[in-house]
Design a protein around this ligand. Structure first.
Ligand SMILES: Nc1ncnc2c1ncn2[C@@H]1O[C@H](COP(=O)(O)OP(=O)(O)OP(=O)(O)O)[C@@H](O)[C@H]1O
Ligand SMILES: [Mg+2]
Length: 276
């Protein structure tokens, strides 16, 4: 089943300005894990803001679970698509961590018991279970990003859209975000995430879509998109393939080599390690 589509989607912010999104046709199936990448200003955030009605098309159509988004109110879209903003400070408004995460479930009309479970699960998933009474602005940036993620997770929408979820996260934070995506995927939810972190993208998603100046220039598996033949298109939107892909290609291991493949290839070059 197709969960999210755009058909000839165009977005122009002001009359006469550039087409931030320029004739994009996309079909994302239920349960897919999709990464959206591309240089700054290539239209990624503009594109995804159409899926929850924050922006409406200048031209073309957006379809969510088979329904034209033009006929759905923002409140109806909010039940289907949870969008975590790129900038947490444009999303967070409540005076405590718990109040922030409770807002969405309360608005959706969840029962008290469901709401409590949804809020507790979301806070534990992002490692904020011990901070329920904290004022969000006393958290550092990386934890405010995780709070914004929790507040959307708690709405238990079938679709999760994450705009740069790993920005500002250390390795532990990145692993936490990966675990959240893995759990959402196991529960059958669709995940679309924007990222500039090519290693995170290669490790976490089944499909990678590359944008340049409002258009889609590549769309395939991480192995396809990071393969050597795609490097010119990646470079044209100021992206580098992940280091593992470029080293892997040089060692003849392909664009998504495993750690084990690297170890064997290095043994072939160096001979066995002294203590092996
Ligand atoms: N609110 C706005 N008003 C006018 N123009 C905008 C607005 N938001 C974005 N733009 C312009 O639209 C284009 C696409 O921007 P967008 O934020 O969608 O790109 P992006 O791919 O998400 O970039 P980044 O990686 O920097 O987040 C850019 O030219 C940008 O300057
Ligand atoms: Mg953006």
């Amino acid at each position: 089943m197709i969960e999210l589509s755009t058909e000839g989607l165009v977005h122009v912010y002001r009359e006469g300005s550039v087409r931030a999104v320029d004739e994009v046709d996309l079909h994302i199936k239920a349960g897919e894990r999709v990464a959206l990448i591309g240089q700054n200003g290539s239209g990624k955030s503009t594109l995804v803001r159409h899926f929850n009605g924050l922006l409406r098309p200048t031209d073309g159509r957006v379809v969510v679970e088979g329904a034209d988004a033009a006929g759905l109110a923002v409140a109806q879209l909010a039940r289907r698509v949870g969008l975590v903003f790129q900038d947490p400070d444009r999303q967070i408004f409540a005076g405590s961590v718990r109040a922030e995460v409770e807002f969405g479930p309360r608005n959706l009309g969840m029962t008290v018991a469901d709401r409590r479970a949804a809020v507790d699960d979301a806070l534990s998933a992002v490692g904020l279970a011990g901070d329920t009474d904290t004022n969000p602005y006393d958290l550092g940036y990386s934890r405010r990003k995780l709070l914004a993620l929790a507040s959307v997770l708690a709405m238990r929408t079938p679709v999760l859209v994450l705009d740069e979820p790993t920005t500002g996260q250390d390795l532990r934070g990145v692993e936490l975000v990966q675990r959240v995506i893995e759990e959402a995927h196991s529960a059958g939810r669709t995940v679309l995430a924007i990222s500039h972190d090519m290693r995170f993208v290669a490790e976490t998603f089944d499909r990678v879509i590359v944008m340049r100046t409002g258009r889609v220039v590549l769309d395939g598996t991480p192995a396809d998109v990071f393969a050597e033949r795609s490097w010119p298109a990646l470079r044209s939107t100021f992206l580098e393939p992940p280091l593992a892909a470029s080293v892997g290609a040089r060692l003849g291991l392909g664009s998504t080599p495993t750690d084990g493949a690297f170890v064997s290839a290095l043994r072939r070059v160096d001979g066995p390690a002294p203590d092996a």
